[in-house]
Design a protein around this ligand. Structure first.
Ligand code: GSH
Length: 274
């Protein structure tokens, strides 16, 4: 591979492109192997990993439980995306897109995929963390959908080229750094006006955004990205990120299905985390 590239007429798959995810990613959907998913006792069966998209949902479950919603008990099983668990037949049945997180709600016999949708589904099911009045609820949904559309520029764009690509390329790093800086400024301006995203109440918009942009500005994103993007300069975003990071449910949720030292690999009851 070189940085002088003329695209061929028809794209073909270079299985060994040198990128960190080369052995995992492929241009074909569907299952690669038979693998049933385990089934626990709780109404909610979560199959996930503690990446930012995974953390959104485990934070939501921990917040619901902390708020006294005993019906929000969940079994969380880890999907190792570096080993291709997301292409097992059981996982593909609950998420044809082969990406974590995926939820099966046994109570309602329904699959739920897309992290933003899982947050919305649980917020509606329990009547929590989503304002009741139309105006405020719509504003919170604005930010939830904003996050779902924006984070891929941070992860799949900036993060990929800054941290995972086989060599550093100025053009894509510049392009995505500019876009991510703009997004950080969007958040900073919103948080200058409101305590939380879309208003003065903590909601699923904050839970969706914190694992991406909160972790980034707290220095837990891609190595050296905090300095590169000068995250310290976004003062309102820093204030918000620290406030959310201090919540016990957030600290618990971040560890579930984790892959770092404090990881709770599988979660079946509160005592797995305590
Ligand atoms: N839009 C999806 C994105 C989920 C996603 O990108 N998940 C990544 C981990 S953060 C994944 O499962 N990657 C596995 C793969 O690409 O094969 C969502 O919000 O749920």
């Amino acid at each position: 591979m070189s940085n002088e590239y003329t695209p061929p007429k028809v794209w073909t798959w270079d299985k060994d492109n040198g990128g960190e995810w080369a052995s995992t990613n492929r241009p074909i959907a569907g299952a690669t192997h038979d693998a049933d998913l385990p089934r626990g006792e709780h109404p909610h069966q979560l199959h996930s990993l503690a990446t930012p998209n995974g953390q959104k949902v485990t934070i939501m479950f921990e917040e619901l439980l902390a708020a006294g919603e005993t019906g929000a008990e969940y079994d969380a099983y880890r999907i190792d995306i570096s080993k291709g668990d997301q292409f097992g037949s059981g996982f593909v049945e609950i998420n044809p897109n082969s990406k974590i997180p995926a939820l099966f709600d046994v109570e309602n016999d329904v699959r739920v995929f897309e992290s933003g949708h899982i947050l919305l589904y649980l917020a509606e099911k329990f009547g929590r963390f989503l304002p009741k009045d139309l105006k405020h609820r719509t504003e919170v949904k604005n930010w939830l959908f904003w996050l779902q559309g924006s984070a891929p520029y941070l992860g799949g764009g900036f993060g990929h080229f800054f941290a995972y690509a086989p060599f550093k390329m100025e053009y894509p790093i510049n392009r995505f750094a500019m876009e991510v800086k703009r997004e950080l400024d969007v958040l900073d301006r919103e948080l200058a006006e409101h305590e939380y995203l879309g208003g003065d109440e903590y909601t699923i918009a904050d839970m969706a955004t914190f694992p991406w942009y909160g972790n980034l500005v707290l220095g837990r994103g891609y190595p050296d990205a905090d300095v590169f993007l000068d995250v310290a300069s976004y003062k309102n975003l820093q204030r918000w990120a620290k406030a959310i990071d201090a919540r016990e449910a957030v600290q618990r949720g971040r560890r579930v299905n984790g892959y770092k030292e404090d990881a709770v690999i599988e979660r079946h009851s509160a005592s797995d985390i305590d």
